[in-house]
Design a binder for this molecule. Structure first.
Ligand code: HEC
Ligand code: HEC
Length: 460
């Protein structure tokens, strides 16, 4: 007993002598650090609206895909990615005849549910292209939105050798008339530039909720008679709550104030060197710094999305849909920071069924067009080199202490840390799994790391 007390005393004294506590990274789904109390309250109110099913008398339908944003965006936390795919269709352009999104027949997005069986949409038989698109993550959207257009445009105009990304210039609903266009950065075709525009668009397209920007309901497969019969709530169906926020404002708050996903270890992985060497970083650009925007917490923050947010000609990987200036073959480079939590990769989730490394391999095998040289360099790697590269990709979106990678810091992670404990001398490299718990990245698992684990502990 005395010995135990002595040990406690030694630990407590050692803790008191330690340097200042480390700033732990926010976890997936957390708010950005440094928000004011009022902003944090808006983040939380926004998450509730994002995740609360919309009811028919609030404007759901008549055709829709899910009742809430969170119904699709939930991996590994509310706002994240998802396994639900939506269907898009159209008629492929031939010669001088452009792609036809079949808008008069309810295209190009299929709504797979309806408030009444009569309104259920089907893909018109005349469609020649029908594809699926997977749900991508909304984390860190405010920070991505805050990257100055000029920075993305500079990269588009000064591309690395062998690639030629295109900035997809789009308007934002909330802009005044005549305002300059922005570089679109959200969606698989970089078709949207801001969280508020995406929220308004997805509210109508995925849930059937008209709002102050989009006043016209989608008619089921274009059928206006059915629409008149089954759409009973006056437009706009969205409107202000007691504090004056519309639902779409609440959704946008949640997305804008959500933190960028963590990266653990934060840097120094050998796989990143390989990733750069074989040209992946030509499109999957490691980092950007946000510009100065209205909120201090979103301004001048460096994020590591591993995307250039530009459109690239991906050859046969292109999904055949034209959206704005995004053509059949072009796809936006997706951020890689939400990827490890997803069981399926690429826009239609075709890279699936294997473990994370296997799915990454499938995804890269399908990189054609501008990415062909990089794909060839990947294929030429030895399996050991691929493993090193995948180990790096597996650090993107991983929270500190999350040894087993399930987005918490719980007893299981503690268990691994305990058996890996080295004390203040160690020679861990970022490649070692135990370095996930070496938060101060000094090559050991010691009391400093242990104290920080206590702070990070979430339970299950
Ligand atoms: C039926 C499933 C579904 C629902 C419901 C849904 N989404 Fe999505 N979300 C998707 C899919 C699929 C994509 C990819 C869209 C694309 O580019 O074609 C996406 C993409 C996004 C993106 C782009 C993220 C990025 O970085 O590219 C945002 C933002 C977003 N959704 C917000 C919302 C909001 C807000 C709502 C609620 C109003 C919502 N979503 C409802 C499936 C859904
Ligand atoms: C020319 C630009 C370009 C290069 C070079 C490139 N990528 Fe990509 N990458 C993309 C685009 C665009 C997509 C989305 C394609 C799609 O789903 O249709 C993508 C998707 C991915 C995905 C799936 C992400 C997700 O969210 O599903 C992975 C994994 C990936 N890339 C890894 C790599 C690796 C590893 C390399 C280097 C060998 C690489 N990429 C090189 C542009 C590029």
């Amino acid at each position: 007993m005395r010995r135990f007390k002595l040990a406690l005393f030694v630990i407590a004294t050692a803790a008191a002598l330690l340097p200042a506590q480390l700033q732990l990274q926010p976890r997936n789904g957390d708010a950005i650090y440094g928000l004011s109390t009022a902003q944090l309250a808006r983040f939380e109110a926004g998450r509730t609206v994002f995740n609360t099913p919309l009811l028919v008398n609030q404007g759901l339908g008549p055709c829709f895909n899910q009742q809430s944003c969170g119904g699709c965006h939930g991996i590994p936390a509310i706002g994240g990615a998802g396994t639900i795919e939506v269907t898009r269709y159209g008629i492929t352009g031939v010669g001088a005849i452009p792609f036809n999104p079949m808008a008069s027949l309810g295209g190009s997005l299929l709504q797979e549910q309806s408030t009444n069986p009569a309104c259920l949409e089907t893909v018109p038989a005349t469609a020649t292209v029908v594809i699926n698109r997977l749900t991508n993550s909304t984390f860190g959207m405010g920070l991505v939105q805050a990257i100055p257009d000029a920075v993305l445009l500079f990269n588009a105009l000064n591309p690395p050798a062998g690639v030629s990304g295109i900035a997809h210039m789009v308007g934002a609903f909330e802009d005044p008339v005549g305002a300059p266009l922005h570089v679109g950065r959200f969606g698989w075709k970089a078709q949207v530039a801001t969280a508020l525009t995406f929220s308004a668009d997805a509210s109508l397209m995925e849930m059937g909720m008209t709002n102050r920007f989009l006043l016209t309901e989608n008619a089921p497969n274009g059928n206006l008679v059915l629409l008149a019969q089954w759409d009973t709530v006056p437009d706009p169906e969205d409107g202000p709550d007691a504090q004056g926020f519309h639902r779409i404002d609440r959704m946008a708050d949640f997305q804008r104030f959500s933190a960028a996903p963590p990266q653990t270890p934060r840097s120094g992985m050998a796989g990143e060197v390989l990733f750069n060497t074989i040209g992946c970083a030509s499109c999957h650009v490691a980092s950007f710094t946000s510009g100065t925007v209205a909120e201090a917490a979103l301004s001048n923050i460096t994020i590591r999305p591993y995307s250039d947010f530009l459109l690239h000609d991906m050859g046969s990987l292109g999904d055949g849909i034209v959206q704005g200036a995004g053509t059949e073959f072009e796809m936006r480079t997706p951020s890689l920071w939400g990827m490890r939590a997803r069981p399926a990769l690429l826009h239609d989730g075709r890279a699936t069924g294997l473990d994370f490394g296997g799915n990454v391999d499938l995804a890269v095998q399908d990189h054609f067009g501008e990415a062909a040289a990089s794909r060839a360099a990947w294929i030429a790697l030895s399996q050991a080199q691929k493993d090193v590269l995948v180990n790096f990709l597996d650090s993107l979106g991983r929270a500190e202490f999350d040894y087993d990678g399930d987005n918490d810091a719980d007893m299981v992670d503690w268990f691994y840390m305990r058996i890996g404990f080295t004390g203040p001398v160690g020679n861990l490299t970022p490649e070692d799994a135990n370095s996930r718990c070496d938060v101060d990245q000094d090559g050991d698992l010691d009391i400093v790391d242990f104290i920080n684990l206590q702070r990070a502990f979430t339970g299950q």
